[in-house]
Design a protein around this ligand. Structure first.
Ligand SMILES: [Zn+2]
Ligand SMILES: [Zn+2]
Length: 145
């Protein structure tokens, strides 16, 4: 695989116990989709419900995905002031030098607060989903009949 930035060959490396494709030239790294989630899980488990919130507003870049050569898009990582690039075909994420360490730092700092927030959101979403689902409505009807 080639580095999206400088086209050097990516070499396998271990960062924070996670296997990444590391660029020896610009020190960036390529994480496959699951690998970023593993990195987060090193700190604490968001649970499956939170994974969908990973990518917010994204803008296209001129960097290319090492796997499919599509242009990478830049996005803000969760709610933080930290930008990453990702493949819109879901191959993975491109992190610049030490951004993975910042991810871990942010995670630790915001852990309690964010977990509370996500849990609350999840409960609310689940409640809405139940309310909209036919099975719930029919259960309610059953109750009143
Ligand atoms: Zn590079
Ligand atoms: Zn790709």
């Amino acid at each position: 695989m080639k580095c999206p930035r400088c086209n050097a060959d990516l070499t396998p490396a271990i960062r924070h116990k996670i296997q990444v494709g590391y660029c020896p030239s610009c020190k960036g790294m390529w994480l496959e989709r699951d690998e970023l989630e593993q990195l987060e899980d090193e700190v604490f488990d968001f649970g499956e419900h939170a994974k969908g919130t990973l990518v917010t507003a994204a803008t296209p870049t001129s960097d290319r995905c090492p796997e499919c050569n599509a242009y990478l898009s830049r996005f803000r990582y969760r709610f933080y002031d930290l930008e990453m690039e990702f493949c819109t075909n879901q191959h993975g994420y491109w992190l610049e030098d030490d951004e993975d360490t910042r991810v871990l730092e942010l995670m630790r700092k915001e852990e309690a607060d964010l977990a509370r927030k996500l849990l609350a959101e999840d409960r609310w979403t689940a409640a809405l989903k139940r309310m909209r689902s036919g099975s719930f409505l029919s259960r309610v009807r059953d109750l009143f009949h």
